[in-house]
Design a protein around this ligand. Structure first.
Ligand code: ADP
Length: 399
């Protein structure tokens, strides 16, 4: 079978999958978590074999990737998988990359230059590219961008109300992120509803550790909650999301924080974590059930902000055909979904309590059968988007 190796090299974990095209089978999948220490956990699963979980030394991404490629180089595997290409998820494509690109020296140099826009993410992404070039020389490499789905946001959603010449001079714009996820959500929803994506108006809520909302009209992103960086918008695991723009400067002055310390405060010490000491929604729900008021407050703020965006994007789109939940929290937390959608009958949105509480693996509708505006849960699957985009970049007919 023809396969694509998809590498999603993130700031603290590396996910990888071998995906067969056409057909979308996943003969190999794995994840390395806890990079940066001697006790990283590598989970590797291959069709027909017992999954392996092992503790490995992975002080940095390069070492972690060496461990992963050692497993992928197993001759018993490589004999059966005809690896056509490697597809890399790249978080920030800046203004230069508006679609998937074959990686040659010039493209890699251009990506290196974008590092400052998303220092944590793009550095990890580049480590994945470097490792794949070393371990699979001669295999085509393709970069697929999280920002690409949003690259042609309408000007009203793309610009800030800052002096125009300043924005132009500094390349400031709202880029938006999670584009691969929002695009996958759009395609899965269209398939599930039996309609073309080009006929649908959707609000997609990607609720995970990182979280963003996207307004999608007829196949295109027309607004999204993350902006120049992935800090704007919803309340996240440890990121604050929307703030009064005067606050960071004020806090830095009063608390005497450097730029790095301020960035750390807003990105790593805020959000759910800053509000209640936990960034894991499962633990927050458990604490809430035990009557913990800090956990309840964090949960309420998280859901309140998501509701605000649903309402805002309903207005941006002039009504919607479906609201879609994805990401770890969006897929698994019935309580969050119920809270985000509570009392939205005036917008034609209602959650069916039984459907919402019934766990499921695939795409499913959680609104009552007779409602015009559907609410769906779609499992996040950025990897299939990356595999398809990678295949489409190769010479020869796509499957
Ligand atoms: P990332 O942005 O790192 O990819 P994920 O999409 O994996 O994050 O989402 C992680 C979040 O999903 C965590 O807050 C986790 O608690 C939450 N989550 C996972 N499973 C459940 C569940 N069954 N109920 C509630 N929250 C869950």
């Amino acid at each position: 079978m023809d396969t694509i190796l998809v590498i999603n090299s993130g700031s603290s974990s590396i996910k990888y999958q071998v995906i067969a095209l056409p057909g979308d089978a996943r003969p190999v999948r794995g994840v390395l978590e806890g990079i940066g220490g001697t006790r990283a956990q590598l989970t590797h699963a291959c069709d027909g074999r017992v999954p392996q979980v092992r503790t490995v030394d992975a002080p940095d991404h390069a070492t972690g990737l060496d461990r992963i490629f050692a497993l992928l180089g197993d001759p018993a595997l490589t004999g059966t998988l005809r690896l056509r290409a490697v597809g890399h998820r790249i978080v920030h494509g800046g203004g230069a990359f508006t679609g998937p690109v074959r990686l040659d020296d010039a493209a890699i140099a251009a990506l290196e230059a974008l590092r400052t826009l998303a220092p944590l993410h793009n550095a990890a992404n580049l480590a994945g590219i470097r490792a794949a070039r070393i371990h699979l020389p001669g295999t085509p490499q393709v970069a697929v961008f999280d920002t690409a789905f949003h690259h042609d946001l309408p000007e009203t959603a793309r610009l800030y109300a800052l002096p125009l010449d300043l924005q132009r001079r500094l390349g400031i714009r709202r880029y938006g992120f999670h584009g691969l996820s929002h695009q996958a959500v759009m395609l899965a929803t269209a398939r599930h509803l039996g309609q073309a994506a080009e006929t649908l108006k959707l609000v997609s809520l990607h609720l995970g550790n990182g979280a963003s909302a996207c307004a999608i009209r007829h196949g295109r992103s027309v607004d999204t909650s993350m902006g120049y960086t992935a800090l704007e918008g919803l309340v996240m695991g440890s990121r604050c999301g929307d703030l009064d723009p005067a606050l960071p400067g004020l806090i830095a002055e009063v608390e005497r924080l450097s730029g790095t310390q301020l960035s750390d405060l807003l990105n790593r010490q805020s959000g759910l974590l800053g509000l209640c000491g936990d960034n894991d929604m499962r633990r927050i729900e458990t604490r809430m059930a035990a009557g913990d008021s800090d956990a309840r407050r964090a949960f309420d703020l998280f859901c309140h902000r998501a509701r605000q965006y649903v309402g805002a994007y309903f207005a941006v789109l002039g009504g919607i055909d479906a609201l879609v939940f994805t990401g770890g929290i969006g897929e698994h937390s019935a309580a969050v979904r119920a809270a985000v959608c509570a009392d939205l009958g005036a917008l034609g949105l209602a959650v069916d309590p039984v459907r919402n509480a019934t766990p499921g693996d695939g795409t499913r509708v959680i609104s009552p059968p007779d409602t015009g505006c559907k609410i769906l849960v779609v499992p996040a699957d950025e990897e299939s988007m990356i595999a398809r985009a990678t295949y489409d970049c190769l010479d020869g007919a796509p499957p």
